[in-house]
Ligand binder design. Structure first.
Ligand SMILES: [Zn+2]
Length: 134
């Protein structure tokens, strides 16, 4: 049998649990918001990074994914490949199919337009860094 005091205790416990749940949910929401904001912000950095490497050699999606991971960018194939396609469609990258060990692999190299954009982006990033760091 449940007496009055037990009912009060149970309600307190229930409130504590729901309060804990709300705090946890808020923390998770903040987490996803942070990720969302950073993802959007870093997309520009990632594109500059891609152009930079595509300037020195033809790069594959696989190579870029590892390279970006080494720099601390978590980027999934589902994000990177469409981004490479988009950058090629925009004329920033030239796509080339090469045969590697009997398999067709796509390599991306910078275009003249891509170099123009890279130069401008690097100049702007340099100026911004100078302003922020000093
Ligand atoms: Zn790099």
């Amino acid at each position: 049998m449940v007496n009055g005091l037990d009912t009060v205790r149970m309600n307190v416990l229930r409130l504590t649990i729901s309060g804990f749940d709300i705090a946890k949910r808020k923390k998770n929401e903040r987490g996803t918001m942070k990720e969302k904001v950073l993802r959007k912000l870093f997309l520009g950095f990632v594109q500059i990074h891609i152009l930079h490497h595509a300037k020195t050699k033809g790069v594959s999606g696989t190579w870029l994914m590892e390279e970006l991971q080494e720099h601390g960018y978590k980027i999934s194939p589902g994000t990177l490949y469409p981004l490479l396609h988009r950058m090629a469609d925009q004329g920033l990258l030239k796509r080339e199919d090469v045969l590697v060990k009997g398999k067709v692999s796509k390599l991306y190299a910078i275009s003249g337009f891509g170099e123009e954009i890279l130069d401008e982006a690097v100049a702007k990033a340099g100026e911004l860094l100078h302003e922020v760091v000093h």
